[in-house]
Each structure stands twice: as C-alpha cells, then as structure tokens.
Write a protein that binds this ligand. Structure first.
Ligand SMILES: Nc1ncnc2c1ncn2[C@@H]1O[C@H](COP(=O)(O)OP(=O)(O)O)[C@@H](O)[C@H]1O
Ligand SMILES: [Mg+2]
Length: 243
C-alpha cells in the first residue's frame, strides 16, 4: 500500500523571458505510509516544485499524483516559517483547527498540548517577532501537526536556522514521528539531514529534475551521527549529488 504514488510527473514553467524551463521530467515513485521520505538534490532540481505538486498546491503538471484516501489529511511546513505576524503564537497554531469547525475549548486543549510538546507553552501569547528563528520554526511545525495530519510536507524546514537550533528541532521532529508516525516528505539540500532522518532518500539530478537514485537508509535508530556508517552514507550521497 502507498501513501503517495507519482507516475511520470513532468512540469515546465515559462520563465520571464518567455523561454520554457523544464523543472521536472518523468518522476515516478511511491512513498509508504509512515515513511520518513527525503528528497535531496542541488538547488534548482525541482524539489520544491515536486512537493507543491504532491501536496496539491501546484495544479498544473502532467502525469498522475495519487494520495491514498486514508491519508488525505495533510499539512505543510515552509522554509520561511510563514507565520502571520499579527497573530499570537496560540492563534497561529489554532488557525488549522478553526477551519475544521472544532469547538473552542477543544481547540485550546489541542493547541496547548502541541505548544507544550515543542517547548512553546510559555510563549502562547507572544507574537512571532518576539521569538528567535528557531522558536518561530517550532511554531511552524506545531501548526502543521496540531490537526494530526497523516502526511506532513516539509520544504527545507531547517535551512534558516543555525546548526545548533536545527539539531534540536531535528531531535524533536524525530521523537514526534516515532510517537505519532505520520508520513513525512521532506525536501533538503543538506546531506547530513537526509542521513540522520530518512528511511529512504530520493536523489534528484540538476534541472530538469529526475530521480537519479533512491537510496535506502538502513542505519539503526537512534542514529549515531559520528559513526563510520553514517559518514559512509554521507559520502555515497555526496557522490550522487555532486555535479
Ligand atoms: N513560479 C516559477 N516560475 C518560473 N520558473 C520557476 C518557478 N518555480 C520554479 N521555477 C524553476 O523551476 C526550477 C526548479 O525550481 P525549484 O522547484 O524551486 O527547485 P529546488 O527547490 O530544487 O531548488 C528552477 O529552474 C526554477 O527557476
Ligand atoms: Mg526549493
């Protein structure tokens, strides 16, 4: 059974000079339920475009996207946090629940539980501008998870963070994935992230983006980021990604 299945996805854009840019070419793959799936590749290889297609944000493409009906509750974590600056942390996280018609008391309970899990309970009434980048991205992740999505799409969620903050968030994300087991589809250009987090890694070629190889990551969890096996897999991925 699959959570997401892609068949021959291609996508082109008209660039500002009126030229056609082929962003993705014939991408086919299957992502399993509960899998931590990483899409890695150089800048411009169509990773963000593919994530937008999979999640339904981008509707113009050729080929077929199938999302299993049991997995239709999805959410998205963006690189640029994408919080609403005029709303408090609480209200930002609550947004996803308002649209679902969940009663106020229940919303409060769910939001506060999510904020606690990400160490944000004391910041419920703060505004995004009062938080560090790391805290803001925690809010972004909490907002994505508050409605218990079956699939979480993440586009370079750590790339705006310093390495220390990113490390903390990766750890929290892994704990959460272990506890609730959503399917996670994460885009990154950071090889170390892929090796630490992924069950499988689809390595993309430069433009037009195609799958160069899907690499199985069998390193036992919790992963020792300083083991020789870890470095070996990092090397393998660097070799695949480098031009
Ligand atoms: N809205 C757009 N209009 C025109 N070209 C685009 C647009 N979005 C992406 N592209 C082009 O498609 C290619 C892939 O982009 P993107 O998916 O952002 O790659 P990645 O996320 O791997 O860096 C790039 O050449 C980019 O310039
Ligand atoms: Mg991108």
């Amino acid at each position: 059974m699959f959570a997401i299945k892609l068949e021959n996805i291609s996508k082109d854009f008209d660039d500002p000079n009126g030229k056609r840019v082929l962003a993705l070419k014939d991408v086919s793959m299957e992502i399993s339920p509960g899998e931590f799936f990483v899409i890695a590749g150089p800048s411009g290889s169509g990773k963000s475009t593919l994530l937008r297609i999979m999640s339904g944000l981008e509707k113009k493409y050729t080929g077929e996207v199938m999302v299993h009906q049991d997995h239709s509750r999805i959410s998205f974590v963006f690189q640029q946090f994408a919080l609403l600056p005029w709303l408090t942390v609480f209200k930002n996280v609550e947004l996803g629940l308002v649209a679902q018609g969940i009663p106020k008391a229940k919303r409060k309970e769910k939001v506060m539980k999510e904020l606690s899990e990400f160490g944000l309970a004391d910041f419920a009434d703060s505004y995004p501008r009062e938080l560090s980048g790391g805290m803001r991205q925690r809010v972004g992740v909490a907002r994505a998870l508050v409605n218990d999505p079956k699939i979480v799409f993440m586009d370079e969620p750590f790339s705006e963070l310093d390495s220390f903050t990113a490390q903390g968030l990766r750890k929290d994300l892994l704990e959460l994935w272990r506890a609730r087991h959503p399917t996670i589809v994460m885009v990154t250009h950071v090889v170390e992230d892929a090796v630490e987090l992924a069950d499988r890694i689809a390595v993309f070629t430069p433009q037009p983006g195609t799958i160069k190889k899907i690499v199985q990551n069998n390193l036992p969890r919790p992963r020792d980021t300083r083991s020789s096996d870890f470095y070996r897999l990092e090397d393998e991925l660097y070799e695949l990604i480098k031009p």
